[in-house]
Design a protein around this ligand. Sequence first.
Ligand code: FES
Length: 152
Amino acid sequence: MDIKNILTKYPPSREYLLEVLHEIQEADPQNHVSTEAMTEVAAWMKIPLSAVYGVLKYYSMYSSAPRGKHIVRVCNSVVCAMKGGEGIKSALENRYPANTGTYPSGSFSVEFTECLGHCEQAPAMMIDAGVLGNLDPESAIAALNSLNDNTL
Ligand code: FES
């Protein structure tokens, strides 16, 4: 990935930081923004590296660690927990421990997150931008297995 090609599409201004980080992450084969990329962004925008890193860490949609091609976000908040989310979380944690790697061979990463904004479908999770709701442990695992099969 040539970060300069992305950077030069935008004026070298901090107001474009979110867009630039988004595009860099999208283009990255490991779905993250590396330290090298952050350093190039900081130099291009003439802002401290800590400012880039702070924004990256503030928004959960960004990652500074390599991730799988697909991002699976499992809701960890109260409405989903009350409607059976704890069972889903346990089943997925046993099979796919979050933040310990990608499964299999980089096809997806599992993240347990706060409310996804789809409480009406609780318990819910997202695969990239798609919402899956009214899940149980079996349907959640089936959705992830279909990622393994590349059928999603
Ligand atoms: S609490 Fe799970 S989507 Fe809102």
